[in-house]
Design a protein around this ligand. Structure first.
Ligand code: SF4
Length: 280
């Protein structure tokens, strides 16, 4: 048995029975505030101890910080990556490198329909109807993947964009009936960079080529230094989220972003409930 397989048997502990929606929601109410200021490692430790194999990490492969951190806590942990078919080659390469170098079980989830089939049937949806494209190629595959988990972790951070400023560390995903854990929610860009440097963590090479936020190739552009890191996503459109984070593909529009000041929103967000869920 390989070291990773042996570690995976530890991660796949005794918590294999799924909890009811009511039980999960109650868990969030009890621990949400308690873990708000906890270190990221402690938050992942709690999730692994609580959910065992019914907890996974999701990653869009902008970097491997969360996957690295989670694999230190729970070697063999499931890492879910949604391959939309429209990713940059660098993103697929990062996924492959993470799978080859970290003690994780990489689960690559694909949409029901291939890009070629979708384009033959519906044309370039990413141009004509990006909300529908994201629903088909990001949201549906993720929801299919999450069906066998009670809780999932995302790399979402409050500092990324104003629409994520109230993201709870441990939240309740009402739409999916799951616990959503964001261990890095309180981390700044500098803290992410410091962790990556300290541990030699894989980072998508596009990050150092003008793409601080990386989505699908047709919908991601370079940004100028100092610009909003996410301004290269769906540039020129009102759309700001793929729908995984924003409660549906039609949600998360630039015009709908709350003008809540960053500091006050963080300080006054004790209710760990989220409308949708995050990954992009
Ligand atoms: S980000 Fe663009 S290409 Fe990717 S699923 Fe959404 S609309 Fe389609």
């Amino acid at each position: 048995m390989s070291a990773v397989a042996a570690a995976a048997r530890v991660y796949r502990g005794s918590h294999t029975e799924g909890r009811s929606r009511a039980e999960l929601r109650e868990l969030v109410q009890h621990v949400g505030a308690e873990l708000e200021l906890a270190p990221a490692e402690h938050i992942v430790e709690w999730a692994v101890a609580t959910f065992g194999e019914r907890f996974c990490v999701t990653s869009s492969m902008g970097d491997a910080v969360l996957a690295h951190l989670a694999s230190r806590v729970a070697p063999g942990i499931d890492v879910v990556f949604v391959d939309t078919g429209y990713h940059f080659a660098e993103t697929i390469g990062t996924r492959d490198a993470v799978e080859a170098t970290l003690p994780v079980r990489m689960l690559t989830i694909t949409p029901v329909e291939s890009v070629a089939s979708q384009e033959a049937r519906l044309g370039d949806l990413w141009r004509t109807d990006p909300d529908r494209c994201c629903a088909l190629r990001k949201v549906e595959p993720l929801e299919r993947a999450l069906a066998s988990y009670d809780a999932w972790a995302t790399g979402l951070r409050r500092a990324e964009t104003r629409s994520r400023v109230i993201a709870p560390v441990v939240g309740w995903d009402e739409e999916r009936g799951k616990v959503k854990v964001s261990p890095l929610a309180r981390w700044s860009d500098a803290e992410v960079e410091a962790y990556a440097a300290r541990h030699g963590v894989l980072v998508n090479p596009l990050v150092h080529d003008g793409y601080p936020s990386i989505g699908c190739a047709p919908c991601t552009r370079r940004v100028e230094p100092g610009d909003d890191p996410r301004s290269g996503r769906w540039a020129g459109l009102a759309k700001t989220e793929c729908g995984i984070h924003a409660g549906g593909a039609s949600a998360g529009r630039r015009t709908a972003v709350s003008p809540v000041p960053l500091d006050s929103a963080v300080e006054t967000s004790p209710v760990p409930v989220v409308e949708g869920s995050p990954l992009s």
